[in-house]
Design a protein. Structure first.
Length: 219
């Protein structure tokens, strides 16, 4: 619903070593012993991603087609005997957060609608920025400690406003229906704070001018 930044603070060193991942300043030793001078041969698994987490981020212009694709995903990838996510049966295919797009799904989506995602490999020390209005998914290949924060940037206010409108159209019992962002309040208090600063600025200038003139008369 807003801009977000996600920072990975920690991932198990064993996981990083198995995949030949070196994180400068965090995990560069061959083991956890600070006095060890030995090295360990790293055997990387070619099938495993060289990251503790992998992100897929789609730009805002892909949202409309992505909704269509996820809404029809049952008919494409699942048979009548096997029930899939059924994202189109209720709510919003994206805001429901019930569907993870696998590689075959992403490939088919690209072939059909010509939208590609931004793939980001995240390891300890990496910060992933997700602009407001971008659909995204993340697959964690290891346990990890992350720090996440949402914020509203001036450049993405319009996208936040659009998302707030989409949430209002959801069913009253939908978990994303509640307006947690409170964009109106954010904008109002930002405007009010700016007005207050603007109103105080001339007073300081007037006071300073009066002080200078007073000191001049004393001289």
């Amino acid at each position: 619903m807003a801009d977000a930044v996600n920072i990975m603070a920690y991932a198990p060193p064993e996981f990083l070593r198995e995949r030949g991942i070196e994180v400068p300043g965090i995990w560069t030793r061959s083991d956890d012993s600070p006095s060890s001078s030995t090295t360990t041969t790293v055997t990387a698994n070619a099938d495993a991603p060289a990251a503790a987490a992998v992100w897929d981020i789609y730009p805002p212009e892909a949202m409309s087609d992505l909704r269509k694709f996820i809404g029809n995903i049952d008919d494409i990838f699942y048979s009548a005997e096997c029930s899939g996510p059924a994202a189109a049966k209720h709510g919003d295919p994206i805001h429901n957060q019930e569907t993870f797009l696998t590689h075959p799904m992403r490939q088919l989506f690209f072939e059909k609608y010509h939208h590609s995602c931004y793939r980001i490999y995240q390891n300890p020390g990496d910060a992933v920025f997700v602009p407001a209005g971008c659909a995204h998914q993340v697959c964690n290949y290891s346990s990890a400690i992350k720090v996440a924060m949402d914020f509203v940037s001036p450049e993405r206010v319009e996208h936040c406003r659009r998302l707030t409108g989409e949430f209002r159209q959801l069913d009253s019992k939908h978990p994303r229906r509640l307006d947690l962002l409170q964009l109106g309040n954010i904008l109002w208090w930002t405007f009010a704070g700016k007005q207050e600063l603007s109103s105080k600025r001339p007073r300081k200038q007037v006071k300073q001018s009066a002080t200078e003139s007073g000191s001049g008369s004393k001289t």
